[in-house]
Design a protein around this ligand. Structure first.
Ligand SMILES: [Zn+2]
Length: 267
């Protein structure tokens, strides 16, 4: 996702559109020729193309959509009939394929579509303090769920969720408010995702050999790299499967406030 925004920004940022072609009925007659692409911002899976004249093209990838970038004479990799929007500049053609969400909105109304999102881990406006605050506000949700909540942090997927919890030695089902060092967990999330920003194949371990790219994700019943315990797995589907090491990520029992320090300096 970030790679796409980055490549689009490098190729098209500041360029003038020479032609546009929307293949969705409600924008069939829209013509953006003459407008300048002022910026291309990513927020989670949302992409915001800010054009001159206060207009924003908003797209959302969901599971399948993609922006592809071509030279004008180049052959497209995806089928032509799946194109939803085609933006031409002098040097490039950007094509949105199978894009489930594609809207033209006044730039002033962007908050209506992305305002609910938390700070984007790889965004230009990353704000760790705000991310910690938003995570903490998810209590009593567990840290695993809270990390996937895009209104807390935008951009964290299930693989990172599992890996970050292991790296911090946190049981993914720990209520957010009981997680020690939430600020360090947020910093680590940023560092791990940043390190993978330009990589084609993700590795949270820094090791690219097969079977060594992740600490727990996809390693059900394999020995933990740190302690040798078999990795556990719970949940269905791709989105919600949690992998963890029951030894390295043992639940820490936090005493309830009622039991803490009752005999000290009271009475
Ligand atoms: Zn372990």
């Amino acid at each position: 996702m970030w790679i796409a925004a980055h490549q689009l920004r490098n190729a098209l940022g500041g360029a003038e559109l020479t032609k546009s072609d929307f293949r969705v009925p409600r924008y069939a007659t829209v013509d953006l020729a003459g407008r300048t692409i002022e910026s291309i911002q990513s927020r989670g899976k949302h992409l915001l193309w800010r054009m001159s004249g206060g207009l924003t093209l908003h797209t959302h990838f969901k599971m399948d959509g993609a922006w592809e970038l071509y030279r004008p004479s180049q052959r497209w990799r995806s089928p032509v009939h799946e194109a939803r929007a085609i933006l031409h500049t002098r040097d490039w053609v950007a094509v949105a394929f199978r894009m489930p969400v594609l809207d033209l909105i006044p730039t002033a109304e962007e908050k209506g579509v992305v305002g609910h999102l938390g700070p984007d881990v790889l965004g230009d406006d990353w704000d760790p303090g705000e991310a910690v605050k938003r995570l903490r506000a998810r209590h009593p949700a567990c840290i695993g769920e809270a990390l996937l909540d895009q209104s807390a942090l935008a951009g964290v997927g299930n693989v990172y969720k599992c890996e970050i919890c292991w790296l911090r030695g946190v049981d993914p089902w720990t209520p957010v408010g009981d997680v020690a060092g939430l600020d360090r967990l947020v910093d680590l999330t940023k560092r791990v995702m940043e390190a993978n920003r330009h990589r084609l194949r993700r590795s949270t371990t820094g090791d690219h050999r097969p079977g060594r790219t992740h600490y727990v994700y996809g390693r059900y019943r394999r020995p933990c790299f740190r302690c040798g315990t078999s990795i556990c797995r719970q949940g269905d589907g791709i989105q919600r499967v949690t992998y963890w090491c029951p030894t390295c990520q043992a639940r820490r029992v936090v005493p309830a406030p009622d039991h803490a320090g009752v005999d000290e300096g009271q009475a």
